[in-house]
Write a protein that binds this ligand. Structure first.
Ligand code: SF4
Length: 372
């Protein structure tokens, strides 16, 4: 494996010393009282219909938003399915509950649609740690490599890439490139890149990014937890460190981990990904016991609670604001959009031609799509 140290400070601080994650946590809307919540949900449902809009939510956002998406004919899914669903749905307005790169991907694929987000400041440490100008310089000095970027990047970074991948299809696409004799320049998640390199044996040059949530899972503490639950299956997202991935029974995307909870014949699961996914796992596998994989506690780099501060910024209040006031509209300039479209389209086309490349739902069971 090739690697270069491309350092960044993902806990960026402002002039007062507050980190970007502190800013994110400060913007998380307060929980609504039950009666107010019911009224807001009813108002959103009415506006979704009158504005021909649909709610597309990620597994990591608040459970109320996930439920609302499913109740109103939207979807709850990983970033690959969010992109496909938004593109293929007839609604003219997409409300994307997730982080900014997801809204940008929706806009890139559906330029004729209005794409709104509950809070445009909801971003991702992988996106923050891979600025377009720095990335372009990195690519410029390695013109012999195919540029493969993870979905968690800005539109400008995607515009520089040959391929976009998600964690659902990254293995299959890098394997495909290796079979064609290509060398890969990979960005931005170093853990996912290392996992794919180990699985495929591809020649990969890595950007040095990380997810602040998955980076906090700890191998030693996981080992101790497994000893307490000897029959438990360990489910790990590959953005996690190598010492955590090494102990997994299943390594996969959010959809693949969800599928494992439903299908595997085990009563207890230890889950190493953002704990927002437990809401959907509990709905789909109510008899299973789910335990969060251990992080380092409050002294760690971020709040270390296995929950993404930027995903937590998504709330019912923000969705209502989108629909009532048109706030949070995603804009991508046309030249960037056209360039970025190529790498996303290439991935979607590959997945369509190679359906076994991504997780399939269990038979008779659709994990992420709502009624209607
Ligand atoms: S959980 Fe990690 S990868 Fe996902 S949006 Fe948050 S920081 Fe980014």
């Amino acid at each position: 494996m090739s690697s270069e140290s491309v350092l960044f400070d993902y806990t960026r601080q402002d002039a007062s010393g507050a980190s970007c994650t502190a800013h994110a946590w400060a913007k998380v809307p307060p929980a609504l009282p039950a009666d107010e919540k019911a009224a807001v949900k009813a108002r959103i449902k009415s506006l979704l219909v009158s504005q021909n809009a649909v709610l597309v939510a990620h597994y990591y956002v608040d459970g109320d938003l996930q439920d609302l998406a499913l109740e109103t004919g939207g979807c709850v899914s990983d970033s690959l399915e969010m992109a496909r669903f938004g593109r293929d749905h007839a609604a003219q307005t997409l409300i994307v509950a997730g982080v900014k790169f997801m809204g940008e991907s929706a806009k890139i694929l559906s330029p004729e649609k209005r794409v709104l987000m509950p809070d445009l400041d909801a971003t991702c440490s992988l996106d923050l740690g891979c600025e377009a100008d720095d990335f372009a310089k990195f690519c410029d000095v390695h013109p012999d490599r195919k540029v493969v970027v993870y979905a968690n990047t800005s539109a400008a970074v995607k515009a520089r890439a040959d391929w976009m991948v998600t964690s659902s299809c990254a293995l299959a696409i890098v394997s495909h490139l290796k079979a064609q004799g290509e060398k890969v320049l990979w960005a931005p998640d170093r853990h996912l890149g290392r996992y794919i390199q180990q699985q495929t044996g591809a020649d990969m040059l890595m950007w040095n990014g990380a997810c602040i949530v998955h980076d906090e899972f700890k191998g030693l503490e996981l080992d101790l937890l497994k000893a307490q639950y000897p029959g438990a299956k360990v489910l790990v997202h590959p953005e996690s460190p190598e010492s955590v991935v090494a102990q997994a029974d299943v390594v996969g995307s959010t959809s693949q981990l969800l599928k494992a909870v439903v299908e595997l014949d085990a009563p207890v699961f230890i889950v190493a990904t953002d704990n927002g996914i437990l809401h959907r796992m509990r709905q789909l596998a109510p008899t299973k016991t789910l335990i969060e994989a251990p992080t380092a506690g409050n002294s760690a780099t971020c709040k270390s609670c296995a929950h993404c501060p930027w995903m937590a910024m998504n709330a019912l209040q923000g969705v209502l604001s989108c629909l009532e006031a048109g706030t949070g509209e995603i804009q991508v300039d046309e030249a960037t959009r056209v360039q970025a479209h190529g790498c996303i389209d290439r991935m979607l086309d590959f997945v369509a031609r190679n359906p076994s490349a991504t997780a399939k739902p269990a038979q008779g069971f659709v994990p992420n799509v709502g009624a209607a």
